[in-house]
Design a protein. Sequence first.
Length: 255
Amino acid sequence: MEDIFRLDGKVAIVTGGAGGIGYKLALGLSRYGAKVVVASRNQEAICKAATDIHAETGNETLAIPVDVTDEQSMKQLVDSVVSKLGTIDILVNAMGLNLKREALQFPMEDWQKLFNANVNGTMIACKYVGQVFKEKGQGKIINLSSVRGIRGYTGGNVGYAATKGSVQMITKCLAIEWAPYNINVNAIGPALVITPGTIHIKNDPVRAEVYKKQIPLGRLADADDLIGTAVFLASKASDFITGQTIFVDGGMTAQ
């Protein structure tokens, strides 16, 4: 019987692939057989990530620098991947930025930084990889949203939440526009994920308890919790799913 979750022979680009979430998603895709391109601006970080992934899985892994907010940089990444690996089958947009600012004092410069990274970066990556997908008549795009994209929050989250809501609408609109080309566009919407950048929250018992009380399953997520959803959305198993945001949130958005 065919294993509809396997990704053998597929080529995946993971932007933000050296980050706490992006790395684990890249590793997960590689474990299921994909050739993975780890992409971000930090050359040293992506080289280490690619080396570590290859060492664990044995599958081909490349490190290619990119600035997703720059169209020419993204085009060069796409051209390089197609030249080296022949095609692209999967795009995971895992790059992201979070700047917490109170609304009454929100510097518009920071607002623009958030939208440039989270919204423009997502759209630029989708645009250039989408051209490859259109030509070949298929492709899988996985964007990274958040529970903050659909729920109101205090604590300086207005900018970040606005960008993640935008990512969800980009996901829906591209899913409809690109459906004739057999391109599936979906998103993952996690709750707080514990990574090296957020481990301080887990290590603070009082603060961690505040978060846990919002989650019916009663624990914080780590990046491994997102791998199954990413593999599912990248694989044949999700061929009839598009335009959706799957919330990996321990039941938070069910309340």
